[in-house]
Ligand binder design. Structure first.
Ligand SMILES: Nc1ncnc2c1ncn2[C@@H]1O[C@H](COP(=O)(O)OP(=O)(O)O)[C@@H](O)[C@H]1O
Ligand SMILES: [Mg+2]
Length: 255
């Protein structure tokens, strides 16, 4: 299988604090990788590097076979269209002053992305992605505050899908939501990943959800990957006490 994302010796320090240390990682097309670990273990730091939203202090990164380490923004057009992120809290990730239609199609307006996605009709794409996330067709004319938390996360997912990405990264996408709507959003994600054949990187501290969504998993602790393997293997026979303790501490939600 072809690696779509590859990291070698990836590190990120903030001053003298090493938030990420020597991460080696390969993600293949169509893979669904869970990234788990306690709070502060470096999950968000890692995905920001993988998405080229931050620069590593050491190590190298490749996307679709091209090295992206240290590339200036103008060299990242192919990545900006093919890799999208859904963040944890839709209240802070959606601009309250923008209409939903403009939020969702924002990735399509960037010059870099337009060069990669010639011929995509913005209105048509807005209709398609709103339907894909089960939001009413007229949602585009409304503002984020008119929607519930779960619906706002659907808006964020619609925005991520707009440029037809190959890779979707979701960073604890339901932890800011009411427990009652979490399963719906998770099931929607699972459905979209299936239908669109997306490569998924799913960050979570809920191992039940990771087991439901992902085929493989890496376990992070203090900025390092301490365990990795198929989801089935890691969860049925954790090799470290740390992984076993994460599994034991799971707050269960039904999916
Ligand atoms: N911009 C930053 N400046 C300083 N420290 C940071 C910064 N971003 C993250 N960290 C630290 O790096 C560690 C890992 O953070 P993070 O990747 O957000 O963890 P996680 O997502 O697993 O909860 C934490 O100790 C956090 O405080
Ligand atoms: Mg985080």
């Amino acid at each position: 299988m072809t690696a779509i994302l590859r990291a070698a010796g990836l590190s990120r320090a903030f001053g003298s604090f090493e938030a990420l240390r020597g991460i080696d990682l390969e993600v293949c097309k169509g893979q669904r990788l869970g990234i788990v670990g306690e709070s502060g273990s470096g999950k968000t730091t890692l995905i920001k590097l993988l998405a080229a939203l931050d620069q590593p202090t050491a190590g190298q990164l490749w996307f679709a076979g091209r090295e992206i380490t240290g590339l200036p923004e103008r060299g990242l057009g192919f990545l900006r269209s093919s890799l999208q992120i859904v963040f944890q809290d839709p209240r802070s990730s959606l601009n309250p002053r923008m209409k939903v239609g403009d939020i969702v199609t924002e990735p399509l307006r960037s010059k870099l992305v337009r060069r990669e996605l010639q011929g995509v009709d913005r209105k048509e794409r807005l209709r398609e992605v709103l339907a894909a996330v089960d939001l009413p067709a007229d949602s585009g004319d409304r503002y984020p505050h008119e929607f519930s938390g779960g619906q706002r996360q659907r808006i964020a997912i619609a925005r991520a899908l707009a440029p037809k990405p190959e890779v979707l990264i979701a960073d604890e996408p339901v932890s800011a939501l009411d427990v009652s709507v979490r399963a719906q959003v998770i099931n929607l994600l699972a459905d979209l990943v299936d239908k669109q054949g997306l490569t998924l990187l799913f960050v979570s501290h809920d191992l039940m959800v990771v087991r439901h969504l992902c085929d493989s998993v890496v376990v992070m602790q203090s900025g390092q990957i301490v365990e990795r393997g198929t989801t089935a293997a890691v969860f049925s026979a954790p090799r470290t006490d740390y992984t076993a303790s994460l599994w034991a501490a799971v707050p269960r939600i039904k999916v």
